[in-house]
Design a protein around this ligand. Structure first.
Ligand code: PMP
Length: 392
């Protein structure tokens, strides 16, 4: 039996507890509001049109063509849909397929910490070793010395997630360029998880790693329908990479899942053809949700770094507790609000051990009603004792 050196998902465990305690769920990164009506109609029409069997393994050809067109339009990057785009079961499968095709035993993978919790299992399942580089609070800037020290001859992959889950950081072009120089120097491939590309705030701009000079040839860009179109349950994502990286990724993908759900790929063509106004509206809606979520945290004096992108933030709970897991459990059981313990996003490194327990992750891909309910319930925190001993 394979030794699994990673824990069960803290995120999905909190969602389970949220259901058990009928809590307001600010834990798992899933929208609690409907996807656009035309996407529902397109999915139903695809089933009626008998798109019910396996799709082409690399993905429905029209869907891949639509991905190429949208990527060209938004990022100015050209990918050949026949050889460079592979459709997967969500970005989650794309991550596994990319990792399994790129690394093995003895290889090292650089991961910024805190990190989206899948990255450790993705690395471990491939047999490689994670090497963590701290993002430093309160603004989650890169520890540059640690980044430089992390690169060596064993480094094969750097995982970059921008906009970033769980901090809401959007990596700047300068930061990307600094990473790119090191990746080129050490012949490292970047897995660029850009699933939140359409959620950026306060003028922050999403820059794709593949658009940095010299990086398209050594970057696997991951994306999905999941977040941009509020359809996390459809399980449709994709990987874009030059042919030399796409070919092995496709071979792994074929034997992991054969193909992504065929009717939802067909509906995805409609999603990707939505006008620019759809994305502007999505972004404006998320900016409002972000403001509402920040108001919730302000109202109970929980500090956070203002997120520049994605739909999460890490709230600093250290005035109440030095144990994020206990705090999150108490919150779900006694207050009826689910969040994710911060330690789920930090490793067992010295840095992770020192800081992981200081935070909980709050997700705001929620309806205004859900966020308002959470705010109301959380006011009870004012009666909780702080670590200094006094009630708020
Ligand atoms: N990457 C990141 C950074 C995510 O936050 C998520 C979902 N929470 C995924 C990948 C997985 O996406 P999908 O649902 O498309 O598999």
């Amino acid at each position: 039996m394979r030794h699994l050196n990673f824990a069960p998902s803290a995120i999905r465990e909190m969602s389970r507890l949220a259901a058990e305690y009928k809590a307001t769920n600010l834990a798992q990164g899933l929208p609690d509001f409907p996807c656009p009506q035309e996407l529902k109609e397109a999915a139903k029409a695809a089933i009626d049109d008998n798109i019910n069997q396996y799709s082409y393994t690399w993905g429905d050809a029209r869907f891949r063509a639509a991905i190429a067109k949208k990527t060209q339009h938004w990022r100015g990057l050209h990918y050949n849909p026949d050889t460079e785009i592979t459709v997967t079961c969500g970005a989650a499968e794309a991550l596994n397929a990319a990792m399994l095709s790129l690394v093995g035993a003895g290889d090292e993978v650089i991961i910024f910490e805190p990190y989206y919790e899948n990255y450790l299992p993705n690395t471990s399942l491939a047999g490689a070793t994670p090497v963590y580089v701290p993002l430093i609070a309160p603004d989650w800037h890169i520890d540059e010395a640690a980044l430089k020290a992390a690169f060596n001859d064993k480094t094969k992959v750097l995982i970059l997630n921008t906009p970033h889950n769980p901090t809401g950081k959007v990596f700047s072009k300068d930061e990307l360029t600094m990473m790119a120089t090191l990746c080129q120097q050490y012949n490292v491939v970047v897995i660029a998880d850009e699933i939140y590309e359409h959620m950026t705030y306060d003028g922050a701009e999403h820059v794709s790693m593949a658009s940095i000079e010299g990086m398209r040839e050594r970057t696997v860009v991951l994306n999905a329908l999941s977040k941009t179109y509020s359809v996390t349950g459809w399980r449709v994502g994709w990987a874009m990479a030059p042919e030399k990286l796409s070919e092995p990724l496709r071979r792994v993908h074929d034997f992991l899942t054969v193909c992504a759900p065929a009717p939802f790929q067909r509906a995805g063509i409609h999603a990707l053809q939505l006008p620019d106004s759809y994305y502007h509206e999505l972004n404006a809606n998320y900016a409002n949700k972000r403001q509402a979520a920040m108001d919730v945290l302000d109202s109970v004096n929980l500090p956070y770094a203002t997120p520049q992108g994605a739909y999460y933030m890490l709230a600093d709970i250290s005035r109440y507790s030095d144990d994020d897991v206990k705090f999150a459990q108490q919150l779900v059981q006694e207050v009826g609000v689910a969040v994710v313990p911060g330690s789920g996003f930090f490793s067992g490194s010295a840095y992770g051990k020192q800081y992981g327990h200081k935070y909980v992750r709050v997700c705001y891909s929620k309806s205004p009603q859900t966020i308002a309910t959470a705010k109301e319930k959380l006011q009870v925190l004012h009666q909780w004792k702080t670590l200094a001993g006094a009630a708020n």
